[in-house]
Structure formats: structure tokens, C-alpha cells
Design a protein around this ligand. Structure first.
Ligand code: ZN
Length: 334
């Protein structure tokens, strides 16, 4: 399977192919992009191309090296993940010590670091050593969906490759190939604007369930019924900070799409541009409870909240701000 058959991001495929053909392989690269861009597959494909036994500037996917890299058992291609919330110091120390050892069986040794924004400042500083003293046969690919989480000193020593979110038709086609029916594939690809992480690995049924729960929350907030219950329910989820932030980000993302759909319906009942097409009737029934101005205000507020989640604000503050934006009568300038 050649590089050109990877999913989406055609521009990046050309860049990688050209690096291989011209033999200008950067010592360290950052693959930065949203989860659904499948940056790990690109990193694996690049590692295979550097070590493939059949093809020179591409990979076959069938030779022993390609197969073993895919299985994660090729000794010269290591895929690392943070052990716990951050990379452990021992993981980085190992990489630093291993930097000058030659590849065991392959042509190039590749280290792929998943979630590389989870390198602590200490680990990053230790890691800088290998970036500053490149070894000819070793390559580092740092994967991240949060480029700002990496130290500037690390970023400045790497070639940064920015991946794009796949387009709607690409996602739709991918899902149909995966066995989803056309209708479902369209609904999901429509919702891809929500920046759902790892859309490609999404469990569709659980996603549908989540979206239904989110609609219940929004329904209560807009009709102003049982708002205290909503608040209490959200509070009860805020035990584990990291899990809560994931949940909250998804909630705000999906709510923003519902809000957008309500505006579209308020302007034109017959519009074809609704994303949650299967919720049309429910959304229509909410139209009379809310003005366009309030909807625009809420959408802006949700954007601000998403930024605040990234800024790691206190979960309680986030929650109260969320609820308040629905309950307040005023429409503030945001
Ligand atoms: Zn191969």
C-alpha cells in the first residue's frame, strides 16, 4: 500500500514522498494535527518507507519489515506513549542513551512519540540533547494534536508538518468503505466540524448515544426546565479532572452544532444545511423558545468556553460559566 493511498491530507503525502525521493530526511519532525487526521498512520507509513525491503521511496506493506512495523514488533521503529499523565523520565533517558546506537536490522531507526505535548519540561530538556546532536541513522517523529503544548525550544529544532482535518466527502467515503450505510456516513461526516477526536475510530453507537444525551441537556437549558438537575449532573461528572474536561469539550462541541442548526431552521424551515438532520423535528420545536441573537451569543460563548478548556481553567468555573450563559437574560457583548 503506497503513501498515496493513505487517508486524506494529499499535500502531506507529496511532502513526505518528496523528502524520501530527494533523500532529505529531517532528523526530527513534528506531525501536528487533529486526531482524525490519523497522524500515527502517516508516521508508520514514513517509517516503513525508510525500511521497506521491496520499494525504495515508498512502502509495500507486505515485506517482513513493513509487516513488523505495522505489528509494532520491528526493533528499529519504536512507538512510545506517555506512561501516565506525562512521559516518564526513564523513557526519555532511554531514548537519549539509545541515540547513538546504530539500527539493529533496519536502514533507519525511528522513534515515534505519541502525544508528544505530554513531555514535561524536564523531559523536554533531556530530549533536547538528542535534537541538538542528531545521529545520521536515527529519526524522531513527534505526534501531537496540541502543538502549543510543546516547548518552543523543541519546536524550533523540528520540521513541523501541519495536518488538516479530513474533508467531509473524504470522511463519508472512508466510513462507507468501513461498512457504514450512506445515511449514517453522511450524518457523521456532517458532524466532523465538531473536531471530534479520532473520528475514524469512533464507536458510532456510543457517539449516537452521547449526542442524544447532549440534546437532552440542551433541551432543558433552552426551555429552562430542570436546570438545577443539569448542573448537578454535570457536577457529578467532574470528579476526575481530565475525564471531565474530555466530556465537557465534547458536550460544548456538540451543543454548538445543535445551536447552529436551530439558527438555520429559524431562518429557513426547509433549509438543507442542517447538520443534525435526524433531529430536525426536535430542533424545530425549540425554535420558539429562543431568539437568533441569543443563539449567536451562545455560540460565541461556547467558542470562548472551548478556549478556556484549553487554558486549563478550573472545572467549577467552566461549569458555572456554561450554565450561566443559558440562564442569564442579558445578552452580553462577547
Ligand atoms: Zn515493505
Amino acid at each position: 500500500m503506497p503513501i498515496k493511498d493513505l487517508f486524506s491530507n494529499n499535500r502531506i503525502k507529496s511532502i513526505l514522498s518528496s523528502l524520501l525521493k530527494n533523500d532529505i530526511i529531517p532528523h526530527s519532525m513534528i506531525f501536528s494535527g487533529p486526531g482524525s487526521a490519523d497522524i500515527l498512520s502517516f508516521a508508520k507509513a514514513f517509517s516503513k518507507s525508510l525500511n521497506c525491503l521491496s520499494l525504495e521511496y515508498d512502502f509495500c506493506g507486505r515485506c517482513e519489515n513493513c509487516v513488523n512495523i505495522e505489528k509494532g514488533i520491528f526493533p528499529d521503529v519504536r512507538i512510545l506513549s506517555p506512561e501516565g499523565q506525562y512521559y516518564r523520565k526513564a523513557q526519555i533517558t532511554y531514548i537519549v542513551e539509545d541515540n547513538f546506537r546504530k539500527p539493529l536490522t533496519g536502514n533507519k531507526k525511528v522513534y515515534i512519540l505519541k502525544d508528544s505535548h505530554k513531555l514535561s519540561e524536564n523531559s523536554s530538556n533531556a530530549f533536547l540533547k538528542v535534537l541538538e546532536e542528531p545521529s545520521a541513522s536515527n529519526i524522531f517523529i513527534l505526534l501531537t494534536n496540541n502543538l502549543n503544548g510543546l516547548l518552543p525550544t523543541v519546536k524550533s529544532r523540528c520540521q513541523i508538518i501541519n495536518f488538516q482535518y479530513p474533508s467531509k466527502p473524504e470522511i463519508s467515503k472512508y466510513l462507507i468503505n468501513k461498512g457504514y450505510d450512506k445515511n449514517m456516513a453522511n450524518i457523521l461526516s456532517n458532524l466532523s466540524g465538531a473536531n471530534i477526536d479520532n473520528l475514524l475510530e469512533l464507536d458510532f453507537n456510543s457517539f449516537i448515544q452521547k449526542r442524544s444525551n447532549v440534546f437532552t441537556v440542551l433541551n432543558k437549558l433552552i426551555r429552562k426546565i430542570d436546570v438545577e438537575d443539569v448542573l448537578l449532573d454535570l457536577y457529578s461528572k467532574s470528579g476526575s479532572r481530565e475525564k471531565f474536561l474530555d466530556y465537557f469539550r465534547e458536550l460544548v462541541n456538540l451543543i454548538s452544532l445543535f445551536l447552529r442548526d436551530i439558527i438555520v431552521l429559524k431562518l429557513d424551515k426547509e433549509s438543507k444545511y442542517i447538520l443534525n438532520i435526524d433531529y430536525k423535528e426536535e430542533l424545530m420545536s425549540l425554535c420558539k423558545y429562543i431568539t437568533v441573537n441569543k443563539l449567536l451569543f451562545l455560540i460565541k460563548k461556547m467558542e470562548i468556553l472551548l478556549r478556556d478548556i484549553k487554558r486549563n481553567l478550573n472545572t467549577r468555573v467552566l461549569l458555572l460559566e456554561f450554565i450561566r450563559s443559558y440562564t442569564t437574560k442579558e445578552i452580553e457583548d462577547v
